[in-house]
Design a protein. Structure first.
Length: 324
């Protein structure tokens, strides 16, 4: 049966995934790539089309909001018809290079992280005392040991080393303003864990958590359901008149397509760095460099056998751990 919400589709071919454009509201259409799976390669297509739309904008398009494997397009029907919009979007998609020929603009950020910090433990303890004292993910007073058990790590040190060894890809921003959703670019460092059930009512600003394979950084004090294991810097940039890249209207640290690596610091060191950030004295370590998808694919392919072995260990460990 044909889905009436689907307005257009392109078949997969070569290194191109399938593309569908669906009705998403009176002023929105949703572009989706491939099957519903956690494949960071699909997000590369999202980032590529986002860049094409910035370089060659469509008159009447108001906004383009990327998701993991989707792009939500908001348009003005008084400026462009839906049929014309779909035609323009398909033309731009077909003009993009094949998957393995993509070169994406990207930035590499380095952020400090303190593991098992006081505010993380406070959030977990509040949950244990007020919401669900029997939750298996909070039985140790934090979430770290649960992450270790679920992924089959030998101990906390192995988990921390794996997390620090990963390069994390910012697939999209959302849920809360300035919140990045990060995915490991290396299958060997992929970590996954179930979320809280039910959710927490409080999370400290700057907390770092993981739900499924997605790592998030909390930009403000909010409810949340990701397993917490550390804290980093504030994600809203303080305006500095001497820095043209930070304006009063653009203060979010992350952008889709960014990569981030984390550097471990003590909690005392983190608090000093956080003070510098709040006062506008901190200089973020940011390097602009293109992300060449073909090079990434070659790196991943070299470690296929090792990645499969690690995935089997993770799956076996998860099968013996209680789900919240």
């Amino acid at each position: 049966m044909t889905n009436p919400a689907i307005l257009s589709s392109l078949d997969p071919g070569g290194h191109r995934p399938s593309v569908t454009i669906s009705q998403a509201g009176d002023r929105q259409v949703l572009i989706e790539y491939g099957a519903m799976s956690v494949d960071v390669g699909l997000n590369f297509r999202v980032q590529a089309l986002s860049q094409i739309l910035r370089d060659a904008p469509i008159h009447g398009v108001v906004a383009a909001a990327p998701g993991f494997r989707s792009l939500l397009i908001t348009f003005d029907p008084g400026e462009i018809s839906r049929a014309r919009l779909i035609s323009e979007l398909n033309n731009r998609e077909l003009s993009a290079p094949d998957q393995n020929s993509l070169v994406l603009p990207s930035r590499l950020l380095t952020l400090p992280i303190a593991f098992d910090d006081e505010m993380t433990r406070e959030a977990v303890n509040r949950y244990r005392q007020t919401t669900r004292p029997d939750a298996p993910n909070v039985s140790d007073g934090d979430n770290i040991d649960y992450i270790v058990r679920y992924n089959g790590f030998a101990d906390r040190d192995e988990f921390i080393a794996t997390f620090l060894d990963a390069t994390w890809w910012c697939a999209f921003m959302g849920y809360f303003p300035g919140l990045p959703s990060l995915f490991s670019l290396d299958p060997r460092t992929q970590i996954s864990v179930p979320k809280y059930n039910p959710a927490r009512m409080w999370t400290a600003e700057g907390a770092v958590g993981i739900g499924g394979p997605c790592v998030v950084l909390y930009p403000m004090e909010v409810p949340g359901s990701y397993q917490l294991f550390g804290r980093t810097l504030p994600l809203h940039l303080s305006h500095r008149p001497d820095d043209p890249d930070i304006t009063p209207h653009d203060r979010h640290l992350f952008r889709p397509g960014d990569r981030v690596r984390f550097k471990q610091v003590t909690e005392a060191e983190l608090m000093e760095l956080r003070l510098q950030a709040v006062e506008g004295r901190y200089r973020h370590a940011v390097v602009d460099e293109d992300f060449v998808v073909a090079e990434h694919v070659d790196r991943v392919r070299r470690y296929d056998a090792e990645s499969v072995e690690i995935r089997e260990i993770r799956t076996a460990a998860a099968s013996s751990v209680a789900i919240p």
